[in-house]
Design a binder for this molecule. Sequence first.
Ligand SMILES: C[S@@+](CC[C@H](N)C(=O)[O-])C[C@H]1O[C@@H](n2cnc3c(N)ncnc32)[C@H](O)[C@@H]1O
Length: 248
Amino acid sequence: PGWAPAGHIDVGGGTGAATWAVAATWPGDRAVTVLDWSDPALALGREIAAAHPALGDARWQRARIGADLALPATDLVTVSYVLNEITPADRTALVDTAAASARAVVIVEAGTPAGYARVIEARDRLIAAGFRVAAPCPHSAACPIAPGEDWCHFSARVSRSSLHRQVKGGSLPYEDEKFSYVAATRLPVTPVPTRVIRRPQIRKGQVLLDLCEPDERLSRRTVTKRHGDLYKAARDASWGDGWPPADH
Ligand SMILES: C[S@@+](CC[C@H](N)C(=O)[O-])C[C@H]1O[C@@H](n2cnc3c(N)ncnc32)[C@H](O)[C@@H]1O
């Protein structure tokens, strides 16, 4: 709480989706650098961001992710949907380089078993480098999800324009993008008490919440009408939220 990055490097940033997300999360000015090896992606990203009040001065720079990638000291490094495109050795090197240069690192991958596995591997490396997990986990100990049995992921509804629908051959005006992520930092963290790790199931008079607990456990809690305000909050809870809400 109260922290905002003064500098941001988006590695494998492409057209800059993560820079837009960071600008929306932490309004205000900061030094932004987008690194990617694709000139066309950088050129398009620069063009799209030109009108954004906080991204007009961003640097769009050609760089190849590899063992020789050097990053200057910065507050925040994002690596979004990139780990799946690079070799295991480059993945390791990139996470270690990010950990060495940034005070906070956010890694996002597709919400698939393989994406989750890459996130967990990165999470382990960040913790080994002295980072603490700010989200989604309520702790920085081992993930309680048994590999191969399940995977931690969340879902974001993204609206589709008619052009999106045309290009993707879809008919719905939205898509539910599944993603896995970890946000870790060297700064003090206050993780959520527990995290809702599935879509809550609303039944008559009760809500079933699947939670990741702070003691390296998964649980299912049933919140009923008898819980009063908490029941109302449970009906409003979404997959990915912290539980209980901060005001309960
Ligand atoms: C799926 S896109 C993700 C782009 C952006 N981060 C986002 O979330 O929308 C993967 C990006 O990684 C870049 N990339 C893949 N391998 C790379 C490498 N070895 N060095 C630099 N960039 C790389 C690609 O050019 C592409 O822009």
